[in-house]
Design a protein around this ligand. Structure first.
Ligand code: NAD
Length: 291
């Protein structure tokens, strides 16, 4: 029987296990706070931001929100980031991607205080992760690791294939799975758009993580019996949410698989809350237990 990995349930577990830490911090006078910044007219981005605010509210994390007009000069966004860096009540800053076309998103990321960079995208935090001392793990890769852990999938010694090498998902995940750690120690193959014979790579894997943004790129014929499949992809096809894995055929051969929706998506949101609580603990010097 193939296990369908319930991302909603695991995310709920993560959220619940953060409650104690939030209470400890708040009682000690440092309620965690997350600031979201939106500079876009994209409706999906606005929805993501409002979901993140709602998540905060439910757990007793303060939320702050700033909207910057899409036509405003880049400096207005930089100034917003500077203000949030200086605001002591703000532990985490998330600038929703994408921002307006005339603004260099990478420059925005560089201006975020690395201690408040709950996305984990700042070059200092990327460097720390690669060196094996992550301050904040990027939310989606961290969510994938938590899903594997909750499912009891051993990464040590496993052959893991990550499909997609973005800075947000594939590359940090490949680093995390390969590093010397209980939830790492895998032998990782990082595949991308120039990979030749993707199926040959995925066929030899114990764990396949698909994060390419190509609907149903990985199907059952490309997998071996007993593989664990994590589908990060989220694509809209004829109004439907479709992953990067062809679910039905992959499920035939996998021992465990994440659905889309209800797999990785909820975990990304939960791990943002985790990073916000971690930032609050680090900034206040108040020790808390994190899951
Ligand atoms: P991206 O477009 O930045 O990167 C895609 C990567 O896939 C690139 O490195 C590219 O080389 C690789 N790729 C493209 N076509 C390929 C092919 N045919 N074979 C092998 N590799 C190929 O995308 P991203 O931001 O990493 O997102 C990937 C997917 O994950 C998207 O569907 C996105 O919507 C989804 N996503 C979901 C969540 C979530 O929380 N569920 C979070 C982030 C991204």
């Amino acid at each position: 029987m193939t296990e369908v990995i319930d991302g909603n349930a695991v995310a709920e577990d993560v959220r619940e296990s953060l409650r104690g830490a939030i209470e400890t911090l708040t009682d000690a006078g440092h309620q965690p706070g997350l600031a979201t910044v939106l500079m876009s007219e994209d409706r999906a981005s606005a929805t993501y931001v409002s979901m993140k605010q709602r998540d905060c509210e439910e757990l007793g994390i303060q939320s702050f929100h700033v909207e910057v007009d899409v036509d405003a000069p880049a400096n207005e966004l930089y100034d917003t980031v500077s203000d949030l860096n200086a605001n002591d009540e703000v532990d985490g800053i998330l600038v929703q991607h994408p921002v307006a076309d005339h603004v260099d998103y990478e420059e925005v990321v560089r201006r975020i205080d690395p201690g408040k960079d709950v996305d984990g995208f700042h070059p200092e935090n990327v460097g720390r992760l690669v060196r094996g001392d992550p301050r904040f793990r990027p939310c989606t890769p961290h969510g994938v690791q938590k899903l594997l852990e909750h499912t009891g999938v051993e990464t040590e010694g496993a052959d893991a294939v990550v499909v997609g090498r973005s800075n947000i998902v594939g590359t940090p995940l490949a680093n995390l799975l390969a590093r010397k750690a209980d939830d790492g120690n895998a032998t990782v193959t990082l595949c991308h758009s120039r990979t030749e014979d993707l199926a040959a790579k995925t066929k030899q894997a114990d764990i396949v993580v698909a994060a390419a943004g190509v609907p149903e790129l990985v199907d059952g014929s490309m997998l071996s019996e007993g593989v664990t499949v994590v589908d990060v992809g989220y694509n809209r096809v004829d109004g439907e949410a479709v992953g990067d894995v062809e679910y039905e055929s992959a499920k035939e051969v996998a021992s465990a698989i994440t659905p889309v929706p209800g797999g990785v998506g909820p975990m990304t949101r939960a791990m943002l809350l985790y990073n916000t609580v971690k930032a609050a603990s680090q900034r206040s010097g108040i020790d808390v237990d994190l899951p």
